[in-house]
Design a protein. Structure first.
Length: 123
């Protein structure tokens, strides 16, 4: 096999010729530099969309938290200011005794209801 091998010169002339011939070959469209430009542009657009959605969802979450705080504050103020300190009936006494639990449950239901509506609109 050594006697019948192709003679390859010892200098860089062989590699230069090989590279020149490879460069002359046609390049498939999928490997051209134009697709890389399209990919970079697509990635930039996706990044912009992602940043826009991130800002939108942060703003929406902030508004949701502020609305929940306002509603829960109103519930606690109404429950604290409108209910008398002494009760004249057993039902009113039960409500006064458990008013903070009742207001907490109402506040929790407000938070759950508002967060469920947000999850439904974003999914």
């Amino acid at each position: 096999m050594q006697d019948h091998r192709i003679p390859v010169p010892k200098d860089d002339r062989f590699m230069d010729e090989l590279v020149r011939q490879i460069d002359l070959l046609p390049v498939p469209a999928s490997l051209s530099g134009r697709d890389e430009e399209k990919l970079n542009e697509s990635l930039r657009i996706v990044g912009l969309i992602r940043a826009t959605f991130r800002r939108r969802y942060r703003r929406q979450a902030l508004l949701l938290v502020l609305a929940d705080i306002a509603i829960c504050t109103a519930i606690f103020l109404i429950g604290h200011l409108l209910l008398p300190a002494t009760a004249s009936s057993p039902v009113l006494e039960l409500i006064i005794t458990w008013r903070y639990l009742l207001m907490g449950l109402m506040s929790l239901s407000v938070v759950i209801a508002s967060s469920r509506s947000v999850w439904r609109s974003n999914i």
